[in-house]
Write a protein that binds this ligand. Structure first.
Ligand code: M6P
Ligand code: ZN
Length: 196
């Protein structure tokens, strides 16, 4: 079939831990995979710490299929900045995405290439809509793992390079009274991000 539709199937999602049964593809991201993404460097000896894992339900990467995954971000910080995902635009920029919050407390930072941004809440029961053209990064601002489910067109693809080079306009940091959104001093500052 030209749409490459798979046969119908069902997966069991543990709403607390984010793990799937059956597990098909799990990607773990460690501090070493996030080098340069937090404003501060991570402490010596912590490179192998797992920051988040993505439990994917793979389908053929066509526009007629829906890819989905559960992401589990551990609680923690690098300096004052919370653990977070790398963040990405979609390779096909206009592809949208939906997140459903399952457990924990988080923020979804979204930004366009020309610097518009918004920071939304992720918690059990939230449904966040990420429109096409908006890069997205999720941040765990709580003391427990942040777990959410995401669905997006199968051909969306990942563009990490733009965020790696330019960052997001804002950072989410721990302030005296809880999480704060502050300007990213290195936003679009190529020289600083290369040095950092
Ligand atoms: C969400 C979705 C996934 C993504 C994951 C981790 O579950 O957006 O597509 O892989 O978060 O984010 P990132 O790919 O930016 O590391
Ligand atoms: Zn995405």
């Amino acid at each position: 079939m030209s749409t490459q539709a798979p046969d119908p199937f069902t997966t069991l999602l543990d709403l607390n831990s984010g793990s799937l049964d059956p597990e098909r593809k799990v990607v773990e991201r460690r501090l070493s995979d996030m080098a340069g993404m937090h404003l501060e460097g991570y402490a010596d000896g912590t490179a192998d710490t797992v920051i988040y894992s993505v439990h994917e339900i793979p389908v053929p990467t066509t526009n007629s299929n829906l890819m989905s995954s559960t992401t589990v971000i551990q609680p923690g910080k690098v300096g004052q900045e919370y653990y977070m995902t790398k963040g990405h635009f979609h390779n096909i920029r206009d592809r949208a995405e939906i997140y459903i919050g399952l457990s924990g407390e988080g923020c979804l930072v979204m930004a366009t290439e020309d610097g518009q941004y918004t920071v939304e809440t992720i918690r059990r029961g939230t449904i966040n809509y990420v429109p096409g053209g908006w890069a997205h990064r999720s941040v765990n601002v709580g003391d427990e793992p942040l777990v959410f489910f995401a669905v997006y067109p199968g051909d969306a693809g990942y563009n990490y390079g733009t965020i790696e080079e330019e960052g997001f306009p804002v950072l989410v940091v721990a302030g005296e009274d809880g999480p704060e959104v502050v300007p990213n001093p290195r936003y679009k500052d190529a020289a600083a991000s290369e040095a950092g």
